[in-house]
Design a protein around this ligand. Structure first.
Ligand SMILES: [Fe+2]
Length: 307
């Protein structure tokens, strides 16, 4: 049976894991790659122009549900997506755990492999140190991607925002777990140690990723009024991607229980963000984030405002 091969479900040429999802390369040929994507709910597929130049990019939905970010079209099992010579990136979000067969008529798996494995390795390094920080980074990446898709960023900026958010606290690997989880307030000296995570993160990411991703990580604790760290940048000096991560980061930190305080309700966390518009956060970003929370039913303005 020359040339014929039966590939069992457990077999793949290469498998990579990425933030709970996995990509399995099933068939590889000079001009064709076929992959099986096992996407976790909330995972995002980004269909990028470079993948589609002079190539057919085809996604077939086996199970689950995808949503197209522009007009919220739902892509269901049996539906498919075809992209050829597109000029802008298209984002599809998994609404539930979703299986997709992805065929592309050029070699791209090694690129995905490379990027995803780097992110995954960094997340593993964070988890070994501190499980909370790893989960926090994943949640912030999800929230930041939702904001990034709603403000006018370029394709590259959106991808950089997601990658930077996923690794934004990687510098905390250098901070002792006792300081990270201290139930009482920090001394000045301990606070200085915590603050060093922004520049430490820059160093780690700069050696692994695009320099822009590293710069965003460095700036995620800057404030609009110039009172943030590490540089004390203000206003337009701060990258928009870092401003987005700052909002997502603060919100997530407020709604999760920590050893030193109880979790806040989403509506109360949003009120805190709004109080800090102009000093810490940009109004447009907080407004867009509020729209997202309403759309997702996380807050309900009719009910919440009467409390
Ligand atoms: Fe941070």
């Amino acid at each position: 049976m020359n040339g014929l091969q039966i590939i069992k479900s457990s077999e793949s040429i290469k498998k990579i894991n990425s933030i709970g999802s996995s990509y399995e390369l099933k068939v590889l040929d000079d001009n064709m790659e076929i992959m099986l994507l096992n996407l976790k709910s909330d995972a995002i597929i980004i269909c990028q122009p470079y993948e589609c130049n002079n190539a057919i990019n085809y996604y077939y939905i086996i199970s689950g549900l995808l949503e197209y970010h522009k007009d919220k079209t739902l892509v269901r099992p049996g539906d498919s997506i075809s992209a050829k010579d597109i000029t802008e990136s298209a984002f599809f979000k998994a609404i539930e755990d979703t299986k997709v067969l992805w065929a592309v008529s050029k070699s791209i798996f090694k690129d995905i492999n490379f990027e995803r494995e780097k992110v995954e390795k960094l997340l593993k390094d964070i988890q070994e140190k501190d499980h909370y920080t790893q989960q926090h980074c994943k949640r912030v990446a999800r929230l930041a991607s939702e904001i990034a898709r709603r403000v006018s960023l370029t394709d590259n900026q959106i991808v950089h925002t997601i990658n930077a958010a996923t690794c934004h606290d990687v510098g905390k690997m250098n901070v002792s777990i006792d300081i990270l989880n201290k139930p009482s307030s920090l001394t000045d000296e301990e606070y200085e140690i915590i603050k060093s995570h922004a520049m430490d993160g820059f160093e780690v990411i700069n050696s692994e990723f695009d320099n822009n991703v590293a710069k965003i990580v460095a700036q995620h604790h800057e404030r609009l009024d110039g009172k943030g760290y590490p540089y004390g940048l203000s206003g337009d000096e701060i990258m928009i991607e870092a401003k987005i991560i700052a909002v997502a980061d603060s919100y997530d930190a407020m709604i999760i229980d920590r050893p030193y305080r109880m979790a806040m309700k989403p509506i109360d966390a949003l009120k805190e963000l709004k109080k800090c518009i102009g000093t810490h956060y940009e109004k447009e970003i907080v407004d867009v984030f509020e729209e997202y929370l309403i759309e997702e039913g996380i807050i309900n303005p009719l009910y919440d405002n009467k409390r």
